[in-house]
Ligand binder design. Structure first.
Ligand SMILES: NC(=O)c1ccc[n+]([C@@H]2O[C@H](COP(=O)([O-])OP(=O)(O)OC[C@H]3O[C@@H](n4cnc5c(N)ncnc54)[C@H](O)[C@@H]3O)[C@@H](O)[C@H]2O)c1
Length: 323
């Protein structure tokens, strides 16, 4: 019997045919997403009818999607954040949800540093202006020697902290789990959020999106930041109240911001898109040839493991033991 695998991420196999070959060599029926963007709930339900496995990116894998697929055996996330997947519905059906942690850590960390520098030195604006034939000087601010707050010292936050050592910054760390050994290694210290908002010149977000972290950076927090502060979000859009951020940037409560993730993607807010002191990227944190290949291989292996009755890597939901 051939299993039906629905593969939605556009970049799956884009850097190399190897992840797709892994699935094809098993003789599976593979159905791709032809819309060129993450799928909404109903689009996924239509595409996935009868699927045995979903290999997904940031598509809407809701309760209704899970409930509409009686043959579903595994949901393999191509990436880390599983906030778009109905974990409870999967658990109730005993369906493992897997992800690919770690393989995109370095790529996202690189981008976070790039965005800090891009905002601080106005690299995007300077590039645009020079290509338009202007010779305008753009006054920047330095990253070197500044105070940087890292919210979330999991894999990506740590990788950012390690890279920042070369910039000789003062590192203020925040996480519900405090790892003093790591803090010592990077020459940083854990602090509470009010202290970070009050002291940091750069604030980089690396927390997952969940009820406790949704809307973490709103008007109150933005007003508590230094006028020179730069906020960089390469985690999830829902962590930042975008309306409050627009006001903060327009009224110069803070110096600038960079977003790689948005509450709704792609972002449509004209005012957000038109602000001069923000750099926006289309959720490309993990989008390097190296990370895309590793995410593809790992997510394909997780599908195969479950369909062959083996234990997949990185199961993120609770699966009740059969009684
Ligand atoms: N831009 C992109 O393309 C991209 C790519 C990969 C990951 N991400 C995002 O980056 C996030 C971080 O990824 P990671 O691999 O470092 O994850 P991780 O699980 O290794 O780290 C998350 C950290 O957040 C901490 N945390 C969780 N809830 C908290 C809370 N309520 N208060 C304080 N700390 C809390 C955890 O203790 C952990 O240390 C992901 O969840 C994902 O949303 C974005």
């Amino acid at each position: 019997m051939s299993f039906k695998i629905v593969v939605t991420p556009r970049s799956f196999g884009a850097a190399s045919p190897r992840p797709m070959e892994l699935l094809q060599n098993k003789g599976y029926e593979i159905v791709r997403n032809s819309l060129g963007r993450p799928l909404k709930e109903m689009e996924l339900i239509r595409l996935a009818g009868g699927a045995d496995a979903l290999l997904v990116g940031i598509d809407e894998v809701t309760d209704r999607v899970v409930d509409s697929l009686p043959n579903l055996k595994v949901i393999s996330k191509y990436g880390v954040g599983v906030d778009n997947i109905a974990l409870g519905a999967a658990s109730r059906r005993g369906i493992p949800v897997t992800n690919t942690p770690g393989v995109n850590t370095g790529a996202v960390a690189d981008l976070a540093i790039g965005l800090m520098l891009s905002v601080a030195r106005q690299i995007s604006a300077a590039d645009h202006s020079t290509k338009n034939g202007e010779w305008k000087r753009f006054m920047g601010s330095s990253l070197y020697g500044k105070t940087v707050g890292i919210l979330g010292t999991g894999k990506i936050g740590r990788a950012v902290a390690k890279r920042l050592r070369g910039f000789e910054v003062e590192l203020l760390l925040y996480d519900e789990f405090k790892d003093s050994v790591f803090a010592g290694e990077v020459g940083g210290r854990y602090a509470d959020l009010p202290e970070i908002y009050g002291k940091a010149d750069f604030i980089s977000l690396h927390l997952p999106l969940m009820p406790a972290t949704g809307g973490l950076i709103g008007e109150k927090e933005l007003r508590a930041m230094k006028p020179d502060a730069i906020v960089v979000n390469t985690a999830r859009g829902g962590l930042v109240d975008e309306k409050a951020l627009v006001r903060a940037l327009r009224e110069k409560w803070i110096r600038g911001a960079a977003l790689d993730a948005f509450a709704a993607e792609p972002p449509r807010d004209e005012e957000l898109l038109g602000l001069p002191n923000i750099v926006l990227t289309p959720h490309i944190g993990a989008y390097t040839e190296e990370a895309v290949l590793m995410m593809g291989m790992q997510s394909a292996r997780n599908v195969i493991a479950v369909l062959e009755g083996k234990q997949p890597e990185n199961v993120v939901n609770e699966i009740p033991k059969p009684s």
